[in-house]
Design a protein around this ligand. Sequence first.
Ligand code: ARG
Length: 490
Amino acid sequence: MRADETAQEAEQPAAADAADGGAFPGGATTLWHGRFADGPAGALSALSDSLPFDRRMFAEDIAASRAHVTMLCEVGLLSASERDDIGEALAQVESEISEGRMEWAPTDEDIHTAVERRATELCAAAAKMHTGRSRNDQVVTDLRLWTRAAIDEVAASMRGLARTLAERARHAHEAGMRLPGYTHLQQAQPVGLAHHLAAHAWALLRDLGRLEEARRRTDVSPLGAGALAGSSLPLDPHRTAAELGFAAVFENSLDAVSDRDFVADTLYALAMAGMHLSRLGEEIVLWSSAEFGFVELDDAFATGSSMMPQKKNPDAAELARAKAGRLIGHLAGFLATLKGLPLAYNKDLQEDKEPLFDAVDTVRLTVMALDGLLRTASFNADAMARGADDPFAAATDVAEWLVAAGMPFRDAHALVAGLVREALESPDPGTGADRLVELVSEHPDLGPSAAQRLAPGGAYHARTTPGAGGPDAVAPQLDRLDAALAEASG
Ligand code: ARG
């Protein structure tokens, strides 16, 4: 858990309370103010104060202020003793917030105001802290720092889930576990369970690539852009960027304070990850149903019904399926917020934080739950093999046997389709599969060697082409997956 989460639990500042009335101390108002000063001002604070959510960035705000103060001293705008005194005040503010001792004031509109207000109470020189700086470059500096760290955390948890999938795939491969692969959610051709699990791991690896790209775009310092136009004071943006470990520095002050592409990029990477997690979740929901019976969830990752005693529900997988909705919503909503905004800072940009924070939390929680669910789930090899080894799932293989013997594929397809139809029309329900084996064995163009293709495991083992779902092709794929995971871990 991040230290900032402690601060989040602290009490809401009074300024966020819409009921607290007007902007004047002691409730003093003029007659003509009565119509809107009492109420609208409270409502305005409630609408516009961002402290309830942006105090989550307090550590980043303090780090950025430290870097700024260090630079101000180096360029001669602060004395060394002022720098040290402000540094001490900032250290105290940081511990007050992280330990939940900070007394927030009604005038603390946001974390930047709050930190500066408290630092100035502790040390008069802190009134110089905002020299050459605006909340416009400050807020986006803080948010870039926060996002950079958040991406690293989410990526680490996603790598963990991809590794769990790879490990389970390895075991499934060694155990020869196979299941029917589906198209249109109809049984199609058998594949290794390893192949199926690894497919999800490859998708997560692509998500990790997208997060890495978002991180690269986030890693640019906007500090020194001021309100919008830079400064007449001798600021050194390269110095603050280096101090904060940013890989690059802004080129254009207007762009620096207006640019929230990195938020949209991160929301996109997270929405894509959420979409992938939803597809994995949906399969777990299906597979854990009585109809499939492919997987049994551990009690720790399933829930019961308040009414039906026999129920075991896959809530974590269902929520993984559901959470994609809000992640996609955050991306779409935020792009709509950005659309049409004129340069440079507009208060609209304050709407960047809540979707981003929620998207990061949502993906992190979902990944953790799916990881635990997959680690503890038990796969039912027999139930999966029943579908995988159904002779009908090997119909394509019989057609391919004919192709290997020289028949054009279209003719082979028609011939086998005719046998499938005849088998399905077999008067004895449930014996269609046996009938298909008989028909193939007895057919003059086919015979016992072709019928071998219908034997249990036959079609599974037969899929040997590069990237295919049979064991001979899956073995090198799993090695490549391990290598890709090792590379993704840096
Ligand atoms: N709380 C604001 C935000 O999150 C900080 C920047 C405010 N700047 C301003 N000019 N009012 O965007």
